[in-house]
Design a protein around this ligand. Sequence first.
Ligand code: SAM
Length: 172
Amino acid sequence: MAGGLFALKISYVLSTALVLPITQGALYVSTSRVRVAAFMDAVPMKPGQLLVDLGCGDGRVLRMATKRYGIKTIGYEVNWMACLIARLLCMGDRTIKIKRKNFWKENLSAADVVFCYLYPDVMQRLSKKLISDLKPGTVVASCNFSMPGFTPSNVLRPGGSLHNDPLYIYHI
Ligand SMILES: C[S@@+](CC[C@H](N)C(=O)[O-])C[C@H]1O[C@@H](n2cnc3c(N)ncnc32)[C@H](O)[C@@H]1O
């Protein structure tokens, strides 16, 4: 039991450290279900639309969104441990694609909704990429960190004191 936990911790540390040059500080930490639910209440989606999670972790945002709205989803994830967990948890659902890829190298123009929970150091660069990639009307939700140069249409503070960090919603 203790050996298993130790192995899990080592795997977490190694998988996180190996991709730090790409993630620039965005660790594999999941958004609470309260916050994901608040995001989905604020951003209704229609079947046929595409939600992209930039760094999908265990894929929970994708699963909750497909379950609630019947949409298609893509999650990019470079951390092999997070990617493996996401693929296992999303197994059997053909509307969810988990790509072990660096989203900076991908074209995001097909997205109708973009979700991210990253790190302050990358937000400036992300604003530029989203302006260049996304079509007008695309909705962007960013957990905790605002997008420089964008004006939010809504700032959610879901939940109690534990889950009260801002969740910014933008319309491109
Ligand atoms: C804070 S976690 C958020 C996980 C999930 N989106 C959620 O809200 O539960 C950020 C994730 O983004 C991933 N990530 C960061 N930069 C990435 C990149 N350039 N390409 C793919 N994944 C990235 C990290 O590996 C990490 O698992």
